[in-house]
Every structure is written in C-alpha cells, then in structure tokens.
Write a protein that binds this ligand. Structure first.
Ligand SMILES: [Zn+2]
Length: 416
C-alpha cells in the first residue's frame, strides 16, 4: 500500500515549477505606455504555452491521484465486505451461544430437580432404615419371628428384602438420571465453550480487518489532501493563465490601436528601386516558368547588390526587427511591418536593419539594406506579404509592373 506514495515528491516538484512561472504574471502586468512590440506579445504567448503544458502535467498527476484514490476506495470496500461477513458470522454464533445458554439453563433446572428427587428418595430410605433401627432388632426380628408360620416369615423376610432392594434400585435409577443430566449439561457447556472460542477468533479477525480499514482510511485522507493540493495548484495555474491571457489581449488591443493609427495605402509599393525587377525565386504555389514545378517558397526573392535600400511597401508599424535564428531556417536580419488593413510585409536577409520594433514607418521609408544574412546564398531581398496572418503570393499586388524571372542564363517576362 505504501509503494504508491511518491506523490508528495511529485507534488513538490510541481510547486517549484509553478513558482518559476508565476512571477511572469501578477503585478508585472504594468504595460509600457508607448510602443508595444510583437516580440513582447510573442514572449507572453510562449509563457502562456508553458502554463498550458504545466496544466496538462498537473492534470495528468491529478488523474493519477484520482486513480490511486479509487484503488484505495476499492480496497476499503473489499475490507468492509469482509468485515460484514464476519459480523454476520458473529451474529450467528451469538444466536447459537444463546441457544446453548438456554439449553444449559434447562439442564441445570433438570439437574437440580433430579438431585432433589434423589435427595428425597435418599431421605425416605434413611428414614425407613432409621425407623427400623429405632424399632431395634426386636422389631425386625419381631416382624420375622412374629410370623405365625414359616411361610409368613418367609413372606415378611422377602418383603423387607424387597423394600430395601426397591429403595436401592430407585436410588440407583435416580443417580443414573442425575449423572446423565450432568453429562448432557457438561456436553452443552463444552459446545458453548467451542462456540465462544470460535467467536473470539472471529472477533480477532474482525479487529484485524478494522485495523486495516483504519490504515486505508488514513491513506485515503492523505490522497485526498494531495488531491486538494493539486486542485489548488490547478486553480492557481488557471488564474495565472487567465491573467496572462488578458495581458496578451490588452497588448494586442494596444498593438492594433497603434497599427490602426497609421493609415495604410490601398496598394503596395515595390520594395526596391523600380529598375530592380528580376526575380530569382517565386512564391510557393506559382510554377517555375522553366521547370513548371511550384517553388514551394514563402515569398519572392529579388537579387540586388549588397547595401541596396529596401523600402516599406506600405505605411505601418514595425512589429519585428531582429536577427532571426532558427534550427532549420533563418531569415537573418529581418523586419516585419504590420499595416492597418490587416496585412503585413516581411523583408529578410538584410545586411542591416534601418528601423526598430514599435517604430512607425511611412510607405517608401527605408527599412533596411539588401544582404545575405541567415539562410541565404547571395545578396537578395526575400519579401513576403501576409493577409490576416496568412502568406499570399506578393506578385498578386504588382500586376501593373513589368517583372522578370531569371534562372541560369534564361530570363522571361512574368505574365501577371
Ligand atoms: Zn526567399
């Protein structure tokens, strides 16, 4: 039963994790008065994810604890059933003992009666003998010799013998009955003693089971307290997650207010000088003009010499300006500008960035310079457009431009 109670250690481990996460929330919800950045929001979202995974872990532990509790309850039920069986047995034995007691009482009365009868008979006999003795030999002899003839004498003699013999046999019979009753009473007492012994054994077994039940009760109480602790932690985690969520929502609201403050133009500006118009890679779903295969690419690549200025395609707020690192892919130096119409533009592999996060930019402002940082093999701008967070083919927005595609030595005009 004890092997299961490593739960306490489990609980402590979790409390430590919880203590590490909780400081992120609470009073830290003081928000900067001015620019909110996407990076801040992302950091909070990552905290929220941490909380969610901790909640999952906590729930797994709660389930384990609940399973333990169910097992203990089952054990308790089993013990109670066993106790109930023994209780019924004891009741049955008690009934038998009561029956024996009744029979013994009857036998005791019977015995007393036969003892009284025997005593009475004995006294009768004694008084008869005494009467004879008092009468003396003369009387005895008188009876014998007072007989008128030998036949009467014989009769008288026989009579005396018979009386004595009769008395004797009556007394013997009575003694036999008394012995019989005493024997029966002893047997009943023996049987009763056997029942009492059986009862004592049952009571001992019951006491043992009750001790076990008390132990199980203790275990159940312990588990219940663990369960309550875990539930309290869960509630705390939920509160923390809710606080974090509302903080994130506040920041997002602030962010969108910020972005909405910058009116966006209806169209997109080509992010490089107009004469830099030859692409080396197309957007994912658009087939390569030479191979016919889709490029499977998140944006378009426009080769240009290092240091070529990159322009904000539309007015908005810089929500990201970092050197991006990723395990399988990297944008290098990149900038994301969010626009009030729900779109955003991304500029990657820059040699350097010209704006910082939270900064407001106007269409045509320089956001950085062409380079080949991150996962890139030559100087080019990797450009993406998102509509409500989903990537779209940027070329959809530049249909009035003359754009070209080059692969190896071949160059074609793109049919937009
Ligand atoms: Zn690219």
């Amino acid at each position: 039963m004890k092997k299961r109670w490593n739960g306490v250690r489990r609980l402590l481990g979790l409390a430590v994790v919880l203590a590490l996460v909780l400081p992120f929330v609470g009073p830290a919800a003081v928000m900067p008065a001015e620019a909110v950045t996407q990076a801040e929001i992302d950091a909070l979202k990552s905290d929220a994810n941490d909380l969610a995974s901790q909640k999952k872990e906590l729930q797994a532990q709660l389930n384990e604890v609940k399973a333990d509790k169910n097992e203990a309850l089952k054990q308790k039920q089993l013990l109670e059933e066993q106790i109930e069986v023994i209780r019924a047995e004891i009741t049955n034995i008690n009934a038998q003992i009561a029956k024996y007691e009744q029979l013994i009482e009857e036998k005791t009365k019977e015995l007393a009666q036969s003892e009284a009868e025997e005593k009475e008979q004995y006294e009768l006999f004694c008084s008869r003998v005494r009467a004879m003795e008092e009468a003396g030999d003369t009387s005895y002899w008188a009876i014998l010799f007072g007989s008128s003839d030998f036949s009467e004498l014989l009769d008288n003699y026989m009579m005396i013998e018979e009386v004595l013999e009769y008395d004797n046999s009556v007394m013997e019979a009575l003694a036999a009955i008394r012995e019989q009753v005493a024997q029966e009473k002893a047997e009943l007492e023996e049987a009763k003693a056997a029942q009492e012994e059986a009862k004592a054994k049952r009571q001992a077994a019951k006491a043992e089971l009750e001790t076990q039940e008390a132990e199980v009760d203790k275990v159940i109480a312990e588990i219940t307290s663990q369960e309550n602790q875990l539930k309290a932690m869960e509630a705390e985690l939920n509160r923390a997650a809710a606080a974090l969520d509302s903080q994130i929502k506040d920041l997002e609201r602030q962010m969108s207010a910020q972005i909405n403050n910058v009116p966006s133009e209806s169209g997109f500006l080509w992010p490089l000088a107009a004469n830099i118009n030859v692409l080396s890679s197309l957007y994912g779903s658009r087939p390569d003009p030479f191979t016919g295969r889709p490029d499977n690419h998140t944006g378009i690549d426009i080769p240009a010499s290092r240091g070529t200025p990159i322009y904000a395609s539309k007015s908005g707020v810089v929500i990201t300006s970092v050197y991006g690192t990723g395990s399988s892919w990297s944008y290098g130096n990149y900038v994301v500008v969010s626009h009030s119409d729900g779109t955003s533009t991304l500029y990657a592999h820059m040699s350097s960035r010209a704006v910082s996060k939270g900064q407001t930019v106007k269409q045509g402002d320089v956001v950085g310079y062409v380079g080949t940082t991150g996962n890139s093999t030559g100087n080019h701008l990797h450009f993406e457009i998102r509509v409500n967070g989903s990537r779209v083919d940027p070329l959809n927005y530049f249909k009035d431009l003359n754009l070209y595609y080059r692969s190896g030595g071949q160059k074609v005009k793109l049919n937009l």
